[in-house]
Every structure is written in structure tokens, then in C-alpha cells.
Design a protein. Structure first.
Length: 458
């Protein structure tokens, strides 16, 4: 039966607060029209991110009680290490408190000013960490990945011809790493095929460039591979994961996504010399290599969560719940990016608000409207997050895609919550002409969307 019924029972509940429209307008004024600045208790349905917002299982909570908080050599670290090696295969493992710390460690020891880092599409913190280390992030997703209407099964794939052209133009010496994000968050949570991973692997070997995966949603990517790549139709999720990582030299991981935990991540690789450099930096900025900024109990929760996320019943529900929301929105005439991705539904803000130019941040304007009218907190992935000023012309450059991401926390909201979201957005869509554009009042030089303050265009 094609119905996204939850494959779990609810043992503990947390009340969520309904607010009035007037209260939400007041919150938006205080927040400078930036939903990152709104207190969580004033949000009814929080779809800001699926990172660190998962509900942990009874097994994971039991693991917390087995936390060994020894400074060095905690027994939980060894279980953490064992679980990662079982799935990912890498021999050198560094725990971190979250994914962006793993990125920072890696880029700090491999990048120099003037380098280039190819990816399908860099997400915000990945891009910022590349820039912070003086290198240039280059997005090389296939053309279909930038078409919100295209139903390509693997829109997260990297364009191999573009990758080879970049390496030949810049020289392999200026490209110290190739990165591939699975699934491709900035492009709509779209998967990458094993065949594409193999092709990137061959290019990396040809030019002797290390190849890393950004693996934070690896299990969701594996589910799509099983579903859409005929070679793997009868292969288990864990075997697909092992195959996928066998082509990489290492990975960064935010366990706050497919680790099913609220904090944690890791950097993993085979290269012992690279490991030693990163581990030495870890000691300076995060902690000893067997805890890396985490409590022993959190290491235990990650070790268990990485195994739980491979359960096919869970993944079928997870992907099915996101698809169900996408289907309800499409049937209501709401423009969304297709096909629906693994962790989120992405509203196509350009088509939702065609009367607003990108210079007036339509995706952010829609994000503000979602909160104001329905108490739903989402996140803008468009001109505010990825727009930048051209250093030569001084003109603002905007990304191809102007999206609002409805990121679904894992094992948190029911299918009835999704029906509320779909109904609310459909009602907002009917009144879309009344939504005004926005202008910036304040922006930081990096990751401006986190702290920006805006006002409506009069």
C-alpha cells in the first residue's frame, strides 16, 4: 500500500504552541524578517532544517545511559569507530561536534589560496569554509539539476565533462580535492547515482586528486539508488552504502542528518598523513581525537543511529512522507522543484511569486509569509543565501534556483502535520499577489542569511 504510515510508535510527546497572526507579525518585526532570529517556542511546525532535529529511538536513548566520559579512549569512541568502519570502510576516523567542523578540518589542511574545489553544488557552510581558506568553490552539477521541472532520476550528478574541463584549465595542482554531496542539498535534495560516483572516481584517479563525499544524507541517497538504478534493485541499503564509499578516499559527515542524532559528525579517510594533520588541528580547536568535541554518550548515540538509518522500512517511510507532502502541494497547484528530493520539498519561489524580481529576494519573502500566515518556519535557498557581489563589476549575482526548503525532521512530525503544511501553503498560494519583496538592512560578509536583517519594499 502506497501510504506513508509511520513505522514506529510514539512514546514521548512535546507540546507545540499555536500563536496568533498578530504575535507572529511582532516576532517577525523583532527578527528583522529573518526566521533564524525567531524563538523556536513561537514556531508551530519547524521545517527550518532536518539537521540535529531528529527524534532519537529508544535504543539510542538507552545508549546515552552507557556514556563513558573518559577524556581519552572512551569505550563509546571504539563503538563509534566500529560502526563507521562497518558502513563507510575508512580506516582513519576523527569525531567532530558537527559536519561544518569536519569540513573546516579538511579544508584547513588541504587548501591554499587560489585553489579550486569542484562539487555538484556546495551547500552554505561548505562554500563558506572553502572561501574562508582562500579557495574558490566551483559548482558542476549537470544541467538538468538546475531545471526545476526536469524529472531526471539523478539530478544531483556531477557533470563529468565540466569536471575534466576545469581540471585541464586550472591544472590538477590547483585542485587538491574533488567533493561530491550526496544527496545534493542545494539542488533540491537530489540523489547522485553510483555510476556517476564511479565516473568521478575515474577522473580523480586519472589526475591523482583525492575524492571525498559529503555524506550527511548518504542513506537517503542509497535508497534512491536502490529505487532508480536497476543494477542495485535487489541490493540491501548497507551494501549499496559500502559500494558507494568504496570509490571515495574519504568523507565529511554531519551525523545530525542521517546519523539520527542532535549533535555530532566526523571526518574519515584512508590517508594517514592527512589524518595526522587533521587530528593535530582537531586537538587545538575541538578536542582529543577520541572525543572531538563530543560527550561519550553522543558518540554512542551516533554509533547506533548510523545502523538504524539503514533500515529499509524507516527509509521507505522517510522518503514517502516527503513525497506525500510534495504530492499534496502539486495537486493544489503549488509550484515545487521536481522530482521531490529525499529530505525536503522545495517550493519554486520564482514561479510562486512571479511579480518579485530576484533582487527583492522572493524566496525569503515567501519564507516570511509562511511564518506570518501559518506559523511554519522554512529556510530560503536562493538569492539571500547564495547571492554575492561580483568583485569586478560590483553587481549582485544571483543563483539559478530560487527556492524555499521545507526540511522534514526525521521521526518528528506525523502525516497529519504534513497535511496542515500542505493546506496552509495552498492557501498562501491563492493570496500570493499580496506578498511584498524585501530589501537588505544588514548583512555579514559570509553566511549572511543566518544574521541578515531585512525590511519590506514599500
Amino acid at each position: 500500500m502506497d501510504f506513508p504510515a509511520e513505522p514506529f510508535r510514539i512514546k514521548v510527546i512535546e507540546p507545540i504552541k499555536k500563536t496568533t497572526r498578530e504575535q507572529r507579525i511582532q516576532q517577525l518585526e523583532k527578527a528583522g524578517l529573518n526566521v533564524f532570529n525567531i524563538p523556536a517556542e513561537m514556531v508551530f511546525i519547524d521545517l527550518l532544517t532536518d539537521s540535529g532535529t531528529s527524534a532519537m529511538s529508544d535504543n539510542q536513548w538507552a545508549g546515552l545511559m552507557m556514556g563513558d566520559e573518559s577524556y581519552a579512549g572512551s569505550k563509546n569512541y571504539y563503538h563509534f569507530e566500529e560502526s563507521i568502519r562497518d558502513i563507510f570502510g575508512f580506516s582513519c576516523i576523527i569525531p567532530t561536534h558537527q559536519g561544518r567542523s569536519a569540513e573546516n578540518l579538511l579544508f584547513s589542511v588541504v587548501l591554499k589560496k587560489g585553489d579550486f574545489v569542484p562539487n555538484n553544488i556546495h551547500f552554505d557552510t561548505t562554500r563558506a569554509n572553502v572561501l574562508h581558506n582562500g579557495a574558490v568553490p566551483v559548482d558542476l552539477v549537470i544541467d538538468e539539476g538546475l531545471d526545476p521541472h526536469c524529472e531526471h532520476p539523478f539530478k544531483g550528478n556531477m557533470d563529468i565533462a565540466k569536471l575534466e574541463r576545469l581540471i585541464e584549465e586550472k591544472g590538477a595542482g590547483q585542485i587538491p580535492i574533488i567533493l561530491l554531496t550526496v544527496t545534493n542539498n542545494s539542488g533540491g535534495g537530489q540523489p547522485v547515482s553510483i555510476e556517476n560516483i564511479r565516473q568521478v572516481h575515474r577522473v580523480a584517479r586519472k589526475f591523482k586528486i583525492p575524492f571525498f563525499l559529503d555524506a550527511c544524507r548518504f542513506a537517503e541517497n542509497c535508497f534512491f539508488i536502490k529505487e532508480r538504478e536497476p543494477e542495485f534493485a535487489k541490493t540491501s541499503i548497507v551494501e549499496i552504502a559500502r559500494e558507494m564509499f568504496s570509490y571515495a578516499d574519504g568523507c565529511t559527515m554531519s551525523a545530525k542528518k542521517d546519523g539520527l542524532v542532535n549533535i555530532g559528525g566526523f571526518l574519515a579517510m584512508y590517508d594517514t598523513a592527512l589524518y595526522e594533520k587533521a587530528a593535530n588541528l582537531l586537538i587545538l580547536v575541538e578536542g582529543f581525537p577520541t572525543y572531538g568535541g563530543l560527550a561519550g554518550r553522543d558518540l554512542e548515540a551516533i554509533a547506533r543511529g548510523l545502523q538504524e538509518v539503514l533500515d529499509e522500512d524507516y527509509l521507505a517511510f522517510r522518503i514517502g512522507q516527503v513525497r506525500h507532502l510534495g504530492k499534496m502541494l502539486s495537486e493544489s497547484g503549488v509550484p515545487i522543484l521536481k522530482p521531490v528530493g529525499g529530505h525536503a520539498v522545495y517550493l519554486n519561489a520564482r514561479e510562486f511569486l512571479p511579480h518579485l524580481p530576484q533582487s527583492q529576494f522572493p524566496a525569503q519573502a515567501l519564507t516570511v509569509a509562511l511564518y506570518r500566515e501559518a506559523g511554519i518556519r522554512a529556510v530560503e535557498i536562493g538569492g539571500l543565501m547564495f547571492g554575492m557581489t561580483d568583485s569586478e563589476t560590483g553587481q549582485e549575482r544571483y543563483p539559478e534556483l530560487e527556492l524555499v526548503r521545507l526540511a522534514i525532521p526525521r521521526r518528528v512530525y506525523t502525516s497529519m502535520h504534513m497535511q496542515y503544511v500542505a493546506h496552509a501553503i495552498a492557501q498562501i498560494h491563492k493570496q500570493r499577489d499580496s506578498i511584498k519583496g524585501l530589501r537588505l538592512l544588514y548583512q555579514a560578509p559570509l553566511l549572511r542569511h543566518f544574521t541578515a536583517r531585512l525590511a519590506e519594499v514599500s
